[in-house]
Write a protein that binds this ligand. Structure first.
Ligand code: ADP
Ligand code: MG
Length: 155
């Protein structure tokens, strides 16, 4: 963690926390997912490490970009790009019932499909597709994230 400065907590789940950080090296913002693995069973710990391996293998414009991961003081840290537009769940709520245009919906839908195709081509199932796990970048591009319960198929 010494390479990063904490800015603020942006999410909290059963796994632990999502923290917005700034890298000392280049002053750029990233998100670090902090997963407390010391209280986990061996099986759970292996599952968390698998999330890292799954994410590290993805490289697609519509998937949240993985940067690095490390283990420190009983926690697993996953560093990824910060999606400044937040998640789609919040974006939908911010509309307060005002409908999106059909063009907007189609544009997002196609990007989500492209991300899923990339995932499925690698014989991986995301298993948690929902608006909270779909992010928007600064320029409005869709990125699929949270591979926390993804499964890798044998065939
Ligand atoms: P979990 O659902 O297991 O708690 P997530 O990876 O979905 O973990 O992160 C929880 C929340 O933190 C997200 O719904 C989102 O609001 C925020 N978040 C996580 N990763 C990012 C990111 N890369 N950019 C912006 N916000 C993020
Ligand atoms: Mg999530």
């Amino acid at each position: 963690m010494e390479k990063y400065v904490k800015v603020q907590k942006i999410g909290e789940g059963s796994f632990g926390k999502a923290i917005l950080v700034k890298a000392k090296e280049n002053s750029r913002q990233y998100v670090i997912k902090e997963i407390n693995i010391c209280k986990m069973s061996n099986k759970e710990r292996e599952e968390s490490r698998r999330e890292v391996a799954v994410l590290a293998n993805m490289k697609h414009p519509n998937i949240v970009l993985y940067r690095e991961s490390f283990e420190e003081n009983g926690s697993l840290y996953i560093v990824m790009d910060y999606c400044e537009g937040g998640d789609l769940f919040r974006r939908i709520n911010a509309q307060k019932g005002i409908l999106f245009s059909e063009d907007q919906i189609m544009d997002w839908f196609v990007q989500i499909c492209l991300a899923l195709k990339h995932v499925h081509d690698r014989k991986i199932l995301h298993r948690d597709i929902k608006s909270q796990n779909i992010f928007l970048t600064k320029d409005g591009t869709i990125q699929l994230g949270d591979f926390g319960i993804a499964r890798v198929l044998n065939r």
